[in-house]
Ligand binder design. Structure first.
Ligand code: F6P
Length: 343
C-alpha cells in the first residue's frame, strides 16, 4: 500500500507528532509506503510531495507547526470565473491516482474534514485526523493543539494578575477560538478570570460592568476579563472594532471610571512546541489512522470518545461545529463561585 499525508488549514502544535505517528506506524508496523503532500490540498493540485521514511520522521515530535506546510486551499469552493482546467476536485482525483495512492490522510480542522468528506464521496479512500487549537471539530471530545493553547493562554492570564493588581486595573484578554469559546472558557477558569465571555452564551455589557463594580465595591480593586475572539458586539455606536477586547476595555473604562487595558494574545497560542498531552494525543490519533488504513476502513475521522481512541464517519462530522454547551460543568461551577459569564 501507499498513502499520502497532508496538513491543511491553520497550523497548530502537534501536527508533526501526528505525521510521525501515522508515518512510523504505517511504515514500521504495517509495511506501508508513505509520502507527504506539501501545503495542504494545494500540494495535491500541484503534485508537490516528499517521500517520508523513518529518518525524515525522526526528530519532529516536539516541533511546532508542520513539516509539510499548510494552506487554506478549499478545492470545492466555487469560483465565478473558473474554467474546466481549474476543476480542482478533478485534478486532485487524477493526481491521487497518478501518485499511486491507496489512501489520503487529511490532518485538519472543520473545513479540512468537510473537504475530506467530499473527496471520500467522490470515490477516494480518505482518513481524517482532527487538529485545531479551537477544539471545535465535531465528533471528537478533544483535538490536539487545544491543550497547548490553553496552557499558553493560562500562563498569559497568570501574568496579567500581577500587573492588574499593581495598577488597580481591569485587564481584558482576548483569546482565539473562531466561533467557539473553548480556549476562553478553559484558560479563563484555569487562570482565575473574574468575567468570561463566550460566543455561545452571548453577553450583556451592563452585566459585565455590574460584575466589575461589585468586585470594586467589595474591595477587590483589579479584575481579569477573558474574552473569546468570536463574541458578537451588539449596538456598538457605529464604531468598528477589529478586536472585541478593545470594545470591552473601552466600555468598562468609560462607564466605571476604572482604568482598563486589553491584550490580544493572537498567534502565540498557535506557535511553538506541543504539550506532552498533545504529543501523545496526536501519536494515538496517528497510530489509529494507520490501523484504519491497514483494515481498509476508509471514510472515517479518528477521534477521542470518553477517553478512548476510536473513529467516526466523515459524513457525520462534515459541516458541523462543536460549540460549548451552556450546561458545561466548568460554566456551572464558575457561576456557582461567582464568576460572571456576562449573562
Ligand atoms: O482555527 C484556528 C485559528 O487559530 C482560529 O482560532 C483563528 O480565528 C484563526 O485560526 C486564524 O487563522 P488565520 O489567520 O491563519 O487564517
Amino acid at each position: 500500500m501507499k498513502i499520502g499525508i497532508l496538513s491543511s488549514g491553520g497550523d497548530c502544535p502537534g501536527i508533526n507528532a501526528a505525521i510521525r505517528g501515522i508515518g512510523k506506524v504505517a511504515i514500521a508496523h504495517y509495511g506501508i509506503d508513505v509520502i507527504g503532500i506539501r501545503s495542504g490540498f494545494l500540494g495535491l493540485i500541484n503534485k508537490d510531495f516528499i517521500p517520508l521514511n523513518e529518518s525524515s520522521l525522526s526528530g519532529i515530535l516536539n516541533l511546532g507547526g508542520t513539516i509539510l506546510g499548510t494552506s487554506r486551499e478549499k478545492p470545492f469552493r466555487k469560483l465565478i470565473f473558473s474554467s474546466a482546467e481549474e476543476d480542482k476536485p478533478h485534478i486532485i482525483k487524477d493526481n491521487y491516482h497518478q501518485l499511486g495512492l491507496d489512501c489520503l490522510v487529511c490532518i485538519g480542522g472543520n473545513g479540512t474534514q468537510k473537504t475530506a468528506h467530499k473527496l471520500s464521496e467522490s470515490g477516494l479512500n480518505i482518513i481524517g485526523v482532527p487538529k485545531t487549537i479551537d477544539n471545535d471539530v465535531w465528533g471528537t471530545d478533544l483535538s490536539f493543539g487545544f491543550d497547548t493553547a490553553v496552557n499558553i493562554a493560562t500562563d498569559a492570564i497568570d501574568r496579567l494578575h500581577s500587573t492588574a493588581n499593581s495598577h488597580n486595573r481591569v485587564m481584558v484578554i482576548e483569546l482565539m477560538g473562531h466561533h467557539a469559546g473553548w480556549i476562553a472558557l478553559h484558560a479563563g477558569m484555569a487562570g482565575g478570570a473574574d468575567v468570561i465571555l463566550l460566543p455561545e452564551l452571548g453577553f450583556d455589557i451592563d452585566i459585565v460592568k455590574k460584575a466589575i463594580m461589585k468586585r470594586t465595591n467589595s474591595g477587590k480593586l483589579y479584575s481579569i476579563v477573558a474574552v473569546a475572539e468570536g463574541i458578537e458586539i451588539k449596538g456598538k455606536k457605529n464604531k468598528k472594532y477589529k478586536h472585541p477586547a478593545t470594545y470591552i476595555a473601552e466600555t468598562i473604562e468609560e462607564s466605571t471610571g476604572i482604568e482598563a487595558r486589553e491584550t490580544v494574545l493572537g498567534y502565540i497560542q498557535r506557535g511553538g512546541s506541543p504539550s506532552p498531552f498533545d504529543r501523545n494525543l496526536a501519536t494515538r490519533f496517528g497510530g489509529h489512522a494507520a490501523q484504519l488504513i491497514s483494515e481498509e476502513n476508509f471514510g472515517r475521522m479518528v477521534c477521542l470518545k470518553d477517553g478512548k481512541i476510536s473513529s467516526v464517519e466523515l459524513s457525520k462530522v462534515s459541516g458541523k461545529i462543536k460549540s460549548v454547551p451552556s450546561q458545561n460543568d466548568l460554566i456551572l461551577q464558575g457561576e456557582r463561585m461567582g464568576i460572571s459569564f456576562g449573562i
